[in-house]
Design a protein around this ligand. Structure first.
Ligand code: AMP
Ligand code: MG
Length: 306
């Protein structure tokens, strides 16, 4: 676990332009000083991430946000009051303080206050906004433990803060408030209905236009190394079955929670474990169509091999 000395060292590294992996409530983040273009460049290099994918900037307060955006509409204020700290990223027009490299040249920046004591303490101690995508290699599974980060990035990262397993377990909901109708760019555990109850109608993402429009919407993302198939596979071989309902296809099925929050919290940890076990495929029972499952359904669809 993390003590004050770890936090001081981590904050010092961030201020010096180095990379620190840290826990958030969603997944582990690979952090760098969001105001330092060179530091931000190190994130892309460590992840093997295309420079066309914007990063989420983590802050500790709405005050910190205000120096980074040119607009802070009433809708943002209302959503922040309801959901921050928490797994909701708001996309707003950025100031020149945010380097173009952090936002892949976009005029907007994605921001959130994470609901994790270590993440908050780190940002506070460093005194700077922290750009942090998930701490994994590009297109691979997101990490929900410090061990996952170590396996994926090793010494590509200067320090890993171990805050135990992530409690939400999938990436944040991303909502654009940059012009026109608010638009949901990536579903997560904060649902469209929850957002609409605060600010009214929200548009769904335009049809997928490529990696550049919204990188989390890249069709191949969140993939385990083992081929993942939705439903019962026709192929032969040794398969692991991830089943949430009672009707299990095999005695050796992995029982997943039937509650969406518990399911999300367990999902990546389970996929990481099955990857290590070395199955021929991972078969996943399709999840319910109700709105609480939308974020999970999205990740499973992207994790599945086509
Ligand atoms: P990751 O950090 O790997 O979880 O992915 C970053 C996510 O943030 C992507 O899914 C994008 O949809 C979203 N994002 C961050 N900044 C922006 C932005 N300026 N415009 C649109 N989406 C953004
Ligand atoms: Mg990611």
């Amino acid at each position: 676990m993390v003590d004050d000395e770890d936090l001081r060292r981590a904050a010092e590294l961030l201020r010096a332009g180095r990379l620190v992996a840290f826990p958030t409530e969603t997944v582990y983040g690979l952090g760098a000083n969001a105001l330092d273009a060179e530091a931000v460049g190190r994130i892309f290099a460590a992840k093997g991430r295309p420079a066309t994918s914007p990063l989420i900037v983590h802050v500790d307060s709405v005050e910190m946000v205000r120096s980074l955006v040119t607009e802070w509409p009433a809708s943002a204020d209302a959503l922040a009051a309801q959901f921050w700290p928490g797994p909701l990223t708001l996309v707003l027009p950025k100031t020149t303080l945010v380097p173009d490299r952090a936002t892949a040249g976009l005029g907007t920046v994605g921001l959130r206050i994470p609901a994790h004591p270590v993440a908050l303490a780190l940002i506070r101690e460093a005194g700077i906004p922290v750009a942090a995508p998930s701490a994994n290699r590009f297109t691979e599974l997101s990490p929900t433990t410090a061990a996952h980060v170590r396996e994926a990035l090793g010494d590509r990262v200067d320090l890993i803060l171990d805050g135990g397993p992530c409690t939400v377990g999938i990436e944040s909901t991303v909502l654009s408030l940059a012009g026109g109708v608010p638009r949901l760019l990536r579903p997560g555990m904060i649902t469209q209905a929850q957002i609409e109850s605060i600010i009214g109608p929200v548009a769904l993402p335009a049809a997928f236009h490529g990696v550049h429009a919204a990188p989390g919407m890249h069709p191949q993302h969140y993939q385990p190394k083992t081929p993942l198939v939705l439903g019962t596979p026709r192929t032969k071989g040794r398969g692991a079955y991830l089943w949430w309902s009672e009707s299990r296809p095999s005695a050796s099925s992995v029982q997943m929670p039937s509650d969406p929050s518990a399911y999300a919290a367990a999902l990546y940890e389970t996929l990481h474990r099955l990857d290590v076990e070395g199955w021929d495929y991972i078969a996943v029972e399709p999840v319910p169509l109700s709105i609480e499952w939308t974020g999970i359904r999205d990740r499973l669809n992207r994790a599945a091999r086509r």
